[in-house]
Design a protein around this ligand. Structure first.
Ligand code: PEP
Ligand code: MG
Length: 591
């Protein structure tokens, strides 16, 4: 048994199996069950094969255009077969029973250290090749933009997260119904970790220096937030103490009531917090988290889940209706299908899932004929969805939203389709109620013409996931450039402000539903930019609510004005975090 002393930021005692998250390297280390060893090794093998295909393809293209450069990738192809790299990672998976991502990262560290020691500058430069290759292997290991939340879905019920640090955006993605407590190396008294633990009502200890190195994934640990300790390999008495404490947690009814209270800043400016969901079953999580409504239902996931045929109007109607009724009195905003051609084709030909589209395919890679653009090329299918939606709209508060709009013409065409769908229903003797129509602002062209679009819609939703990648020309799914994906880039902040102003001038509601809304520090800045409606991953709602309730709106506006004058992301981040630390009174924690 080993006791590490830190700073308790949220009281209580819990025991569980450790999951280790090394956020700096963006890798989660967790222990895998013996039965999963083969699966992980197979993933490694698939990733190797895919990486080889990609490298050969790149080489082939180069050979055609720049033959003198095509040998550049020989070294990477050789390394792919080096026994020190992937076979060594596979051995690590087998011997230490860790996940493949972690093993690859460890091997990279070992491999990189060897390069650092060689004197030959040419050879030392090959370290860059290794890094590039490892980035590719890791990218290919990911079935999609796997977040810690996705990975944690496979874990035991009672886990304890031990991390080097826990940034708000990662914390917001963790499934806190499975993680009972957390311990971090860093975060002595950082504002967000303390607030996070209190708002989630989970015991937490921070400032443990190197706990994430000392704890083995899968080890049993106890987090004692009251005594400021993390106990590794606890004695039976410690486990009994944790079990005993489990009984005197705050009554569920009180915690529930707190979760459901509407959000506002400390000076009473109401803030609307809705949830983003992909599956109708996520509705329960949204309600549990205290969402006022559904701000983004990604309806294309219907096709990945329960509907085999996009032409099935009745089934779509039933699903929309149940969702609207399930969320009442809150509203539901349904985004019409955001598919691309290939995904649509796979549904039309009834291919089994995966042959054309898997729900977890990297979404950010899709562009071109997608979203509303694609819907407009298939009026037959689009009208089915619109009819289903208009029928469902009679059962509660529904809004229809179009994705990937890049011009006023597209919007007008889409509105005409809505009118035609309504006319179809009238002819059938059904009388649809009017439904508000909005657009996602997620293409720079839409942001720059927000004033024009605002005259012709009932609401805006800013989709920063796409907006950032198209504005900054960064493909998020490509690990090698993904670090350039910066929500706090001055260009993004200006665009958001421009869209917010256009909406205010036209007096239409505007919300923001990209992932950046799930980061409580960023959400405060967005409130400073004048936004008061957000839609986010359900787990982020309680945290955002807590953080905002401790801040004054006038202070946030002043902070945003200051930040808008800064030129770099680093400066913006520094000023934002420093200011929040000062503005936020951290109850029970002194700095
Ligand atoms: C967005 O682009 O910000 C968004 C919410 O849509 P998606 O992530 O589904 O593309
Ligand atoms: Mg989008």
């Amino acid at each position: 048994m080993q006791r590490l002393k830190g700073i308790g930021v949220s009281p209580g005692v819990v025991a569980g199996r450790a999951v280790v998250l090394i956020q700096r390297a963006q890798v989660l280390r967790y222990q895998i069950a013996p039965a999963r060893v083969d699966v992980e090794i197979e993933r490694l093998e698939e990733s190797r094969a895919r990486s080889r295909r990609q490298l050969l393809e790149i080489q082939e293209q180069l050979a055609r255009r720049r033959p003198e450069l095509s040998s550049l990738f020989d070294a990477q192809l050789l390394m792919l077969d080096d026994p020190m790299l992937l076979p060594r990672a596979a051995a690590m998976v087998r011997d230490q029973r860790v996940n493949a991502e972690w093993a690859v990262q460890q091997v990279f560290h070992e491999f990189g250290a060897v390069f650092d020691e060689v004197a030959d500058p040419y050879l030392r430069e090959r370290r860059g090749d290794v890094a590039d290759l490892v980035g590719r292997v890791r990218m290919n290991l990911r079935k999609h933009d796997a977040t810690p939340r996705d990975l944690l879905r496979e874990l035991d019920e009672a886990s304890i997260l031990v991390a080097d640090e826990l940034t708000p955006s990662v914390a917001a993605q963790v499934d806190w119904t499975k993680v009972r407590g957390f311990a971090t190396d860093a975060g002595s008294r950082t504002y967000h970790t303390a607030i996070l633990a209190r708002s989630l009502d989970v015991p937490a200890v921070v400032g443990l220096h190197n706990a994430s190195e000392q704890v083995q994934a899968g080890q049993i640990v106890v987090v004692d937030g009251t005594a400021s300790e993390l106990i590794i390999g606890p004695a039976p008495e410690e486990l009994a103490r944790a079990a005993h404490h489990a009984d005197d947690r705050r009554p569920a009814a009180i915690v529930d009531a707190e979760r459901r209270r509407p959000a506002s800043t400390s000076d009473g400016v109401p803030i609307r917090l809705d949830a983003n969901i992909e599956f109708p079953d996520d509705l329960a999580a949204a309600r549990y988290a205290g969402a006022e409504g559904i701000g983004l239902y990604r309806s294309e996931f219907l096709l990945a889940d329960r509907i085999d045929d996009v032409r099935d109007e009745d089934r779509q109607y039933e699903i929309y209706r149940r969702m609207i009724e399930g969320m009442a009195p809150g509203g539901v905003t349904v985004r019409t299908f955001d598919l691309d051609e290939e995904q649509l084709a796979s549904r039309l030909t009834h291919h089994p899932l995966g042959s054309g589209w898997a729900a977890d395919e990297p979404r950010s890679a899709r562009q071109g004929l997608r979203g509303l653009r694609l819907s407009l090329t298939r009026p037959d299918l689009f009208r089915v969805q619109l009819r289903a939606l208009l029928r469902a709209g009679r059962h509660g508060r529904l809004r229809i939203m179009f994705p990937f709009v890049s011009s006023v013409e597209q919007l007008r065409d889409a509105r005409q389709m809505v009118a035609q769908a309504a006319a179809d229903l009238e002819r059938r003797g059904e009388h649809p109620a009017p439904v508000p129509i909005g657009v996602m602002i997620e293409v720079p062209a839409a942001a720059y013409t927000a004033d024009l679009l605002a005259r012709e819609v009932d609401f805006f939703t800013i989709g920063t996931n796409d907006l950032i990648q198209y504005c900054l020309a960064v493909d998020r799914a490509d690990e090698r450039v993904s670090r350039l994906y910066e929500p706090l880039h001055p260009a993004i902040l200006r665009m958001i402000l421009m869209v917010r102003r256009a909406a205010t001038r036209q007096r239409i509601p505007v919300s923001l539903c990209g992932e950046m809304a799930s980061d409580p520090a960023i959400v405060t800045l967005l409130v400073g930019l004048g936004l008061t409606e957000f839609s986010m991953t359900p787990g982020a709602i309680p945290i955002a609510k807590q953080v905002l309730s401790e801040l004054r709106s006038d202070e946030l506006r002043a902070l945003a004005r200051r930040i808008l004058k800064l030129s770099t992301v680093d400066d913006i981040e520094r000023v934002l975090l420093a200011a929040l630390g000062r503005l936020t009174p951290i109850k029970g924690v002194t700095s």
